[in-house]
Ligand binder design. Sequence first.
Ligand code: ADP
Ligand code: MG
Length: 249
Amino acid sequence: MNQIHDPQSFQYDMRRMAGARAPRDAAVNFRGLSKTYKMDRVDVPALKGVSGSIAKAETTFITGPSGSGKSTLLNLIGLLDRPTDGVLEILGEDVTQLTDRQAADFRAQHIGFVFQSFNLIPVLSVRENVEFPLLNRKMSGAARKAKALDYLEAVGLSDYVDRRPGEISGGQRQRVAIARALVSEPTLLIADEPTANLDTRTSREIVALMDRIKAELNTSVVICTHDTDLITAGSAIINIIDGQTAKEH
Ligand code: ADP
Ligand code: MG
């Protein structure tokens, strides 16, 4: 491929010119990444060779219309699914080579995932939901509880820790989901349309919260959204159209 037209090297050149991070500082690098879903009768090529990177300790927005492949890309980066082809490195590790077990361990250690529909456990309290990812760690119950309460305080929910998910608002539920994603102290926080079920004001608050987390915890944040109004100043953007990288900033 001609270097000039390689979107990734172009992006790196732009970053160097701007005096920003070198490529080795990327939390995630992907090149020629593709995913084809095998259906009964047809193959659905959801990603057709996308390339790009997610800078460490910055916020990157993945944008694009519905059906363009955003969730597919996030699921690959979040190790929830496997690519059909291409290179995917997370924190310098070629994750396509990991066994399922190794991928699960890598995910538990390094990745926090926030879903559009919150995915909280309705019968557990807010605090118990946030403690959940820590259950298989060698920690005392008291230490788990203290950590969950710390992160609930960080997302502004100290007064709601004993409620059930059904007893709080949508924006508060998404804050619980963010606290749950953060409690294992991941390097990478991935959110797939985290504001799709929220009103405009709450959506902005949730994005501002994740941006603050990036600054305070040095977490690399990836947010996928079809709503370009949510993009915060200074963030990187990867635009996906019809399974391809359309434009990077
Ligand atoms: P977006 O998140 O941008 O809306 P997706 O990544 O969900 O897009 O979908 C990209 C394409 O892949 C769409 O055509 C969608 O129908 C298809 N697709 C997504 N998930 C699956 C799946 N599990 N099986 C088959 N096709 C899928
Ligand atoms: Mg999606």
